[in-house]
Design a protein around this ligand. Structure first.
Ligand SMILES: Cc1cc2nc3c(=O)[nH]c(=O)nc-3n(C[C@H](O)[C@H](O)[C@H](O)COP(=O)(O)OP(=O)(O)OC[C@H]3O[C@@H](n4cnc5c(N)ncnc54)[C@H](O)[C@@H]3O)c2cc1C
Length: 402
């Protein structure tokens, strides 16, 4: 070999890339992180086995706080183009209209949301479609080998593979079930036109403890009227099978007060059912790798905190930790731990877990403590209804005098 040849940098073999951050999993968490990092000038690789995220029943609604996070991450406009905004909601408690209020909610189907975000990936951070065959992590360099033999070398590996266990298992982390089969979410379309349904969404809270229903929410996604019902049952419960066989009859029995608003609960789709457990992760403080979104923890959809956790993880990493980690050599576990100890992340995760557990207990527990808590909450709500009725009556003469 000539001296000139010896000093030549060998051309990178095909299928080998060198990035600052390799992200495995292009769901909401992985995709939004890839966009934010790439826009900040970071060299990023994003890997997922599927070019197009498949249709699946997942998050379908989020609120103003999450919109604020999308805005903060520079994705407010993209998010707005993918969702149906709602500004008013009727809340039913005790089988009656409890409150009509201004709301700021955004509805979407999950796959179009993820695919719409993927479409916003900048050209310098394209999606690599591939199956991860091998992962190795360490205090300095991380390596991801795909099934086709291509190799991604990175300073940091981010695992954003949602519920999937393959990559997590390969790295050696463990899911801890905080509450197995914690809740059940059902999703279905109602056979009522948006014109007949009107602009106001509905939230209907369960009336009886025995029903084990947290609430039903009905809202518009484009031209569809969609319902999400959150329950504390398992998929194996015969009640669930009966519901799937005749949802209209069961809904009419459960919540007749809103039947007229919902086209008498005639359904325009199958009932989709998803069981969710509350989980956290153990053994994640490791050299070179960080776990985010549902790959780190899962909470109850009824509380709507999933997307909040995803965006909080992305925001903490992209605005604070990853820039700091890349500034200094190495990627040891003590550096990575700063993310898991970040009070903003810890607060978002803890809140999601706490409210998930509280909501189930307040809706299902029959012990004295919980009966007293329900009595206190319900008395306060009944007093609010009474107060409103009295002030409405007092306003009437004034209104007619005017
Ligand atoms: C029924 C249901 C209703 C919900 N409702 C709400 C709600 O109303 N509001 C709310 O805020 N949250 C809700 N959630 C929670 C919310 O959907 C999740 O928290 C959020 O979608 C998690 O996003 P993620 O990016 O972490 O995971 P995902 O979106 O699951 O993304 C994981 C990605 O990893 C990829 N992947 C998997 N394995 C591999 C692999 N080996 N290699 C590479 N890539 C891989 C997958 O293809 C996927 O693209 C709900 C959840 C469920 C189940």
């Amino acid at each position: 070999m000539s001296t000139a040849e010896k000093h030549e940098t060998p051309a990178a073999p095909p299928g080998r890339s060198e990035v600052e951050v390799a992200i495995v999993g292009a769901g909401l968490a992985g995709t939004v992180l890839a966009i934010t990092l790439a826009k900040a000038g970071r060299k990023v690789a994003l890997v997922d086995p599927h070019r197009v995220h498949h249709d699946e029943f997942r998050a379908e609604k989020t609120r103003a706080e999450q919109m604020a996070l999308f805005e903060k991450l520079g994705l407010g406009q993209v998010f707005r183009s993918l969702v149906t905004p709602m500004t008013e909601i009727d809340i039913f408690r005790f089988g009656q209209l409890f409150e009509h209020k201004q709301a700021s909610e955004f509805a979407f189907s999950y796959a179009p949301l993820v695919n719409g975000m993927r479409a916003a990936l900048p050209p310098q951070a394209p999606l690599t479609v591939g199956k991860v065959a091998e992962v190795s992590t360490g205090p300095d360099r991380q390596r991801v080998v795909l099934a086709d033999g291509s190799v991604i070398d990175a300073r940091l590996l981010v695992v954003a593979t949602g519920y999937s266990e393959a990559v997590r298992r390969a790295i050696g982390v463990e899911r801890v079930e905080e509450s197995k089969a914690h809740s059940l979410t059902m999703g279905f379309d109602l056979a009522i036109s948006p014109r007949d349904f009107g602009p106001t969404s509905i939230a209907y809270y369960g009336k009886r403890i025995a029903d084990r229903v947290a609430y039903l929410t009905v809202f518009r996604i484009g031209e569809r009227i969609r319902a999400n019902m959150f329950l504390y049952r398992t998929v194996a419960d015969p009640w669930v099978r009966t519901f799937r066989e005749n949802p209209q009859r069961m809904l009419l029995e459960l919540m007749p007060e809103i039947a007229a608003r919902c086209g008498n609960f005639a359904l325009a789709s199958e009932v989709e059912v998803r069981q969710v457990s509350l989980t956290t992760t153990q053994g994640h403080r490791r050299d070179g790798v960080v776990f985010i979104g549902d790959a780190f923890a899962t909470t109850c959809p009824a509380q709507g905190d999933g997307i909040n956790r995803v965006l909080t993880d992305v925001d903490c990493l992209s605005s604070t930790h990853i820039p700091a980690w890349l500034e200094t050599p190495g990627m040891a576990a003590d550096k990575i731990s700063a993310f898991y100890d970040d009070p903003v992340k810890v607060g978002a995760d803890a809140r999601a877990l706490r409210v998930s557990i509280y909501a189930k207990r307040i809706n299902t527990e029959t012990g004295l403590e919980w009966r007293l808590r329900r009595l206190r909450n319900n008395t306060a709500r009944q007093l609010m209804i009474l107060g409103r009725k009295i002030s409405h009556r007092e306003e009437l003469p004034t209104a007619s005098a005017a």
